[in-house]
Write a protein that binds this ligand. Structure first.
Ligand SMILES: CC(C)(COP(=O)(O)OP(=O)(O)OC[C@H]1O[C@@H](n2cnc3c(N)ncnc32)[C@H](O)[C@@H]1OP(=O)(O)O)[C@@H](O)C(=O)NCCC(=O)NCCS
Length: 169
């Protein structure tokens, strides 16, 4: 099964909020999301989407017209770090394991390679998420460092792993 992947639109806001709530509920121990603190309003989400500029990259995966996956990559606006872009990705459980995550990350790397400023793509992942770490390694990411007990879960702590992909241009 393949799912449509396309650029994020302001009109996706409602479906994106629903998606964020679903993946947060499905992954209580592997995702850090703002929606855990309080609900996100549609206008807040619209502003977030509008704030993506020409050096950022936002895509969604769709089942019909419903968002079932998203990837958001932001280029660091600080002068000394403007060569860095960081992304986060999430897919709803029913839609994992079908190659969609791979396609979305490949699209982000493609965008970064063609971009004049971005040289290095980074991400953070919880160390208790070996499936995601395996996928990132497959796509050329290496582990750069680990922050110990950086994440406090309902039961115990887990580490936060920084991974990077220095692009060959
Ligand atoms: C991690 C995630 C982005 C992967 O996307 P996906 O579409 O499921 O992954 P793909 O189908 O493209 O699979 C690619 C690779 O991921 C790994 N993988 C995916 N699901 C896996 C699973 N359940 N168990 C083990 N490995 C898995 C495999 O290495 C697979 O490669 P292979 O097919 O060559 O064996 C997605 O599952 C997800 O969003 N999960 C929930 C939220 C999350 O963990 N996000 C990442 C936070 S950093």
């Amino acid at each position: 099964m393949t799912y449509e992947i396309r650029e994020m639109r302001v009109s996706d806001a409602k479906s994106i909020i629903e998606h964020k709530q679903i993946v947060t509920d499905e992954n209580p121990d592997t995702l850090a999301t703002a929606i855990e603190n309080r609900p996100i309003t549609i206008s807040e989400e619209e502003e977030t989407i509008k704030s993506l500029d020409e050096n950022d990259f936002g895509i969604v995966a769709l089942d019909g017209d419903r968002v079932i996956g998203m990837l958001n990559m932001r280029q660091d606006k600080r002068k000394k770090m403007e060569h860095i872009a960081q992304f986060g990705i999430s897919l709803q459980k029913d839609f994992t394991g079908a190659g969609t995550g791979t396609k979305m990350i490949e699209a982000a790397l493609d965008f970064a390679k063609k971009n004049d400023i971005i040289e290095k793509v980074i991400l953070t992942v919880f160390s208790n998420n070996p499936a995601a770490i395996k996928l990132y390694k497959k796509l050329g990411f290496v582990e750069e460092g680990t922050l110990k007990n950086q994440v406090k879960l309902k039961e115990g702590y887990t580490d936060l792993v920084y991974m990077s992909n220095f692009l060959e241009k």
